[in-house]
Structures are given as C-alpha cells and as structure tokens.
Write a protein that binds this ligand. Sequence first.
Ligand code: ZN
Length: 378
Amino acid sequence: MLVALTKQHEVFMLTPRITEAALKQLRKTTVFYCPQCQEPLQLKIGAIKIPHFAHQKNSSCDTNFSEGESYEHILGKQQLYTQLSQLGLEVKLEAYLPQLRQRPDLLVSKNNKNYALEFQCSPISPEMLQMRNDGYRSKQILPIWLVKTPKLKLNSSGIAKISLNEQHKQFFETVKEQTYLISYDSESKKFYYLGHLLYVQGNIYIANIKTLSLEKQQFPFYVPKPIPIHEFSQMLSFYHRHCKQFFNTKLFYSRQGVHDLFLRALYELRLSREEIPYFIGIPIKGRESISLFSAEWQLALFYFLQENDLSMKNVNDSAIHYYLKWVKIEETVKTFDAVKRYIGLMQKLNIQSIHCSYNKTELIHLLYGEYIAILRKN
Ligand SMILES: [Zn+2]
C-alpha cells in the first residue's frame, strides 16, 4: 500500500519525492492507519522494495491479500499516478470504495466519467476478475486493466513471437471487441500494446507490438489504429516462417512415421515438404480452440476430402461433424466454427484440391478482411 491515514485522518501518500531520511524521521514520530480497517500500519523502508505500508501480521483486513505486492506493482502504480496527475486529471491512489469493498490501484475521473485502473501483476481468478468488473460497472465505473509486460524480443518491425500466460489470455478474452492487450512495464516506463494476435501453438502468438512511453500516454488510453495491409502481410510471413519450422521438425523428428497424421496426409496427398501450399497452416480466427497445429488439421482436411471423395465446394455441416470425429478434434461450437471458417476461405478462393492453383494476394486480402478490416469500419 502507498496510502495511509494519519491520526488527524489526513490522507498520506508515499511518493518518490519524499527522501529516505525524511521517511525514517516520520516513522519515529507518526502513526499511520489503514484507510479501510483503521488498524495501525507499519511503514516499511527497505533497500530493495520501495517504501510502502503494511499491516501487522495476523491482520484480518481485506487489503491484506494484496500485500504480497511486487516491487513492479508498487512502482508502476506510483508512476501511473504521477503521470495521470500531471495530465491534470483527478486521480486517487488506492481509493477504498466501501460499498464495493474494492480498492482499485487508481481511480480516475475525467469529463464526469469514472475509471478504475488496475495494474494487475499477480494472478487473478476468472471469477474474481468478473466480480470486480461487475462491481465497478454497478457503480458506473469503467474498469481498465493493464497487465504486466510479457518477455519480449523486439525487432524494428514490431512483429514478434510472444508467449502469453493464462493470465494474459484471460484478459484478452474478457475484452471481446478489443484486438489488443495493453501491458505496462515499470522498469522501462513504457506501455506495450500487444495487437492483432495470430495464434500459433500452445501459448505462442505472433503479435504486432507498439510501444508508447509513459509521458506520451493520454487518458483514456490511446487506442491503436488497425494496421495497414502491408504490415499484416509481414505478420503473415512471420507466421509462415513458424509453420515451416513446424514442417521441418515433423519431418526430421517424428518417430511415428506414417502413423503421424501430418506425415500420412503428406504421403497420401503426394506432396513433398517444399510443395506444401501457402493455404496450409493459415491462422484462422477462433482456432485457439483446436489443439492441433493449424497446418496439421488443415492438411488433414484435404486428405479427408480425398479419402471420402468429397470436393471442397460441396462440404456441408454433416461433413464437418464427420471430419472432426475422424481427425479426433473434440467438437464444440468453437472448433466447428473454426473449421467452417477455413472451408469458407477455401471456397472463396475456389480451391478444390491441394494441388489447385490459387491467388496468394487474394488470400492475404481475405485474411486481412477477417482479422483487421472489420475494425476499420468501426
Ligand atoms: Zn486494513
């Protein structure tokens, strides 16, 4: 905690401007109280963590659960508070909302609207997240969640392979219409916008990453523009490089041989690795629901059609049910929908078989339409 009450019930806030010596002096002369439970607090001044307040051990205060706060969290909160205050906004740090029994990191007011800003550095359960959001909304407070920045290797293009943990994914799924996730890094004092995520495998995504320094941020936070098609095309190339790696790994290391679905499909379709067309292994919206790699189930679909004497243009829903069973993908609304989307794309491109010629530019445009262009209309 960075905020406490004095004996006179005045709000006392720890800021980087107060020197360590001054704090040590204060600790001797002043008693601080928790704004929520009124218990006396300890002022902790250490070499590693930044100064903060903590309850006595065994306290039953509600805020106690948050006291394992990391250095990163406390520092980030302080930085965000300072910056937003400088923008001339009304900002409250750790304001306790008694009716909700919630204490957002920052409570910001602008143009008669209230926002709860949470810099979430520690895990939060989906139920707790939902509960907090519902609580805020019931009081006409808009929740804004910032997450901790995942480890990144950024190149100049801003396109990177990133690994999102369950926490990140959860936030991403909470904000349905949003195509990006905002993360903050208190060490570099930068916001990282993780946008237009293309799902690869497991926790791996290809993302378009834009950074913004703290002092350039506005409030409410800057919303990134949809990327232009050439940038999207770069993302796809990046994605395809990962597909190629997948093909290579499969071919060199698979011990299952023809029992491996991908290798079997290649063999049956009379394809060599070099001949695998661009339309195999393309990112499909909602395809996170399928645990097989995109190239795997997409190639298997062509194999399935060949085996069953079906053509792409005639694939109907019952064929999709049958295919899912055949390829051992559990059928859910999401998995069914992902396969159907893929088939829809193939039909639009008039691709009937694996050896069919196709227009790559058109394919990129169609994918761009799926992922990005919808946003441009809004
Ligand atoms: Zn307390």
